[in-house]
Each structure stands twice: as C-alpha cells, then as structure tokens.
Design a protein around this ligand. Structure first.
Ligand code: FES
Length: 104
C-alpha cells in the first residue's frame, strides 16, 4: 500500500483503523472513514468506470465531488462518487460500466 505519510502542510498521517473492502472481487485494506478513492489509489486502482460513449477506462478528475468521473457501483448502488464517500468495513465496490445498473 502506498500513501503519503509526511506532508509539509497537512502534517503526519494519523494512525487509522484498518478495514477491508472488496473491489471487483479482490479484498483490499483501507482506512476506516477515508474516501473510497483514497483507498483505491493506495492499492493501485486507477480506473473507476468505463466511459459511456467510447467505452474506455476512466479515472477521477476533480477529487472534490464535482465532476462525477470517479463514480463506481458501491454495495449495488451505481453512480457513487468515490472521492467524497467514506470507506466502511465490508464495502463491495465495482468498476462501473457506463451508467451502471440498479440491483434488484
Ligand atoms: S473525481 Fe470528480 S466527483 Fe469524484
């Protein structure tokens, strides 16, 4: 896992509670409460969805909840902005294809 542990402005990374998330069927560690996107990047996951028009991999852009480039399917709900949604233990996160599909 790769993270910035010492930042000149933000200071040192505080110790966090480790939880587990499942991303496209693969279990990954995360820090409770951090944005899902942070956990994904720390685990080397850079693609959040497949674009609607060109069907190409797409990753985050703004990182502050404004552009929707980071949307993924989380616990069965499509179009979740991963840059502003906190991690919870046991979350199931999937790369979203286009507009995504609602489950059941
Ligand atoms: S990266 Fe823009 S809304 Fe998440």
């Amino acid at each position: 896992m790769s993270r910035i542990e010492h930042h000149v402005i933000l200071g040192d990374l505080e110790p966090g509670t480790q939880v587990w998330i499942t991303v496209d069927g693969k279990k990954m560690p995360a820090r409770a409460g951090e944005p899902i996107l942070s956990a994904l990047l720390a685990n080397g996951v850079k693609v959040q969805n497949i674009s609607i028009k060109k069907h190409e991999p797409r990753g985050y852009f703004c990182g502050i909840g404004r552009c929707t480039n980071c949307v993924m399917t989380v616990n069965g709900d499509p179009n979740v902005r991963t840059c502003v949604t906190p991690v919870e233990d046991g979350m199931v996160i999937e790369t979203q294809d286009g507009l995504g599909k609602w489950e059941g």
